[in-house]
Design a protein around this ligand. Sequence first.
Ligand code: ADP
Length: 505
Amino acid sequence: MFDKILIANRGEIALRVIRACHELGVEAVAVHSEADAQAPHVREADEAIAIGPAPSAESYLVGERIIEAALVTGAQAIHPGYGFLSERAWFARAVREAGLVFIGPPAEAIEAMGSKTAARQLMVDAGVPVVPGTAQPLRDADEARALAARYGYPVLLKASAGGGGKGMRVVRSDAEMASALESAQGESRKAFGDDSVYVEKYIEGPRHVEIQVLGDRHGTMLHLGERECSVQRRHQKMIEEAPSVAVDAALRARMGATAVDAARAAGYENAGTCEFLLDRDGAYYFLEMNTRIQVEHPVTELVTGIDLVQWQLRIAAGEPLPFAQGDIAPRGWAMECRITSEDFAQGFLPSTGTIGWLRLPSGPGVRWDGGIEQGSEISLYYDPMLAKLIVHAPTRELAVARMHRALRELEIEGIETTRDFHLRVLEDEEFRRGDISIQWLEARLPSLLAARPPYSGVRAAVIAAALIAERDRGTPSVASTVAPAAISSADAWRIAARRDAMRGA
Ligand code: ADP
């Protein structure tokens, strides 16, 4: 095992990797921008190196400076986390050329999976099912119409260089084709400097189901089952779970074997994820491979009992995987809610400010992977994801109840967050039935917004009670002054006690 590694990231994932290091007896070196000098990941690490100003282009994305920081501190390897430099083949190669270990797949595997059309061709050759369609750029609308006739409407125009949902257009008839092609090409040219667009069958109402793979340097490649990530807004995942209500043991084995084939075809090593669309008939299609640790990896850790980040380090250090495919089966149900600094009542507008109060959930089956604390400054420089709240329970129904309970315990003040949005989703009948697809959330948003405001937290209720008591200058009973829908009787005595304490102060 390594003695010391450097973590080329910030926020919750940097802390997650530091925890894995300390459990393995490895020293962790943090890097940070000027804006992050006081951040929790800097304090938790054994050493920290400043790498530049707040904008990521001048700090977390400057590969040479990060490699230099690893060399001067004597780190033997670099963990890239997710985002930033994690899927840049040139960075993985530069790390290797500096005599360090990149904790992830080989640069060649990142490259092989990096281009949508090249990856698609590689998968077709490996016998992996992809969405019916072409890999060649379209010449004109006539060719696109002829292909649409072959696959049947609706079809999806996709930018070859695509990413982040850009350059995609759903087309439902010949009449729409010419203008859709023109706008997809225009958007792709603007975003990627390349206007090649290809055509794919558009799958109606599928689920996003992805398979975690883990492969060592000795030829073992295993899958760790699926994650259901259909609750998405603008192609951004919001809630993930493992397992999926739509996947039984037989389908899991088939999709898992497909993911292992895909990973082998790419010459993969370490942890990776194959993303699939799963249609209503149980047919599935490869979308892309993410060549890094995923945000939602904890749900897989909780149901399999396998620490993915520790294994990333162990595999990179040359250890063989000690378990076999037959040893791995999901136990219970895990769910993750992404807590972001966004105001869902205002179209998920990013929210900035200082976290003035933070109360974290705890108790049975609750895990908090966070990168914030009281006093943290939330700016627009970085991703709005503050933390992930993850729960594990014996069944999906109990996991939903546990997540709801944990979200009620969570209080964040000073910025808007998605906490209340998650409470609304967890109270939604369709979600509770698991009746979801990748289009579900956007279609359901209006009714989620109109739903009864969820429980707002003990501290908010205490403040409300104190304000009302002050206004009335009396000693009103808590039950009659605080909005009864917002609090339970169990909270009432706590509020009364806190109110009495406040009055005494
Ligand atoms: P990007 O790299 O731009 O994110 P992806 O190929 O990963 O593009 O697709 C993003 C999302 O678009 C998917 O998660 C899925 O929700 C949707 N999508 C992609 N391809 C199809 C398809 N053929 N049919 C239906 N939905 C699709």
